[in-house]
Design a protein around this ligand. Sequence first.
Ligand code: KIV
Length: 273
Amino acid sequence: MSVQKKTDVKVITTHQLQNMKERGEKISMLTAYDFSMATILDAAGVDVLLVGDSASNVMAGHETTLPITLDQMIYHAQSVVRGVRRAFVVVDLPFGSYQGNSSEALRSTIRIMKESGAHGVKIEGGAEIKESITRILSAGVPVMGHLGLTPQSIYKFGTYTVRAKEEAEAQKLIEDAQLLQELGCFAIVLEKIPSELAKRVAENLQIPIIGIGAGPHVDGQVLVVHDMLGINKEFKPRFLRRYADLHTIMTEAVQNYVKDVKDRNFPTEKEAY
Ligand code: KIV
């Protein structure tokens, strides 16, 4: 029996993601924040959909991921889950929903799981949130870790530049990754770290390592969907590959619509009742 919704499609589970790592099949992951986009991404074969707190940036227009609330994350997650038949859906625990203590972390996770129907949560950090991760896992919820550039700590870092270039930070990241695996996380996202370091982590750990700006030698890749579709023109870090120029396509479509309305070319009699 499937633990996800009844469907004729073979759904993705944490076991399948683990099997993918073991047989060397790369894992594809993208962010999603709404029903329509989730429907397209799921049907196109994306393995994991992340309801990322990057919704704070790309959906709400905030400069950082800090302002988005737990209620807002749950709203996005509910919309995504309704559009999914096959993908594994992971939801970010937003800033302020888990840092207080492990009870708060568990309470926030239970709200996400109960109210959205998602399949797991992602949480930023290593040893410092060990208790929270243990508590969430003990409730039977799959946890994805997130190390390297963790955007919720942007005011500590000061910039969005590459993390763990220095030996001490690289060593801490290796130890944190090992700890997350020992605690029972099913996967880890490594964001914006040197490719060689990511390779070392992926080779030494048994669980899947998903990279964003972490090079090609990891077990899978994640991108923010608005960035890879070229909706967002300004953001162009080296690691980003644009697979479409939707900004131009959408702008031209809307300009054509405006022109047709102004010129009385839309609607025609055929488009009327
Ligand atoms: O919120 C997000 O989009 C993320 C990805 C960058 C991994 O955490």
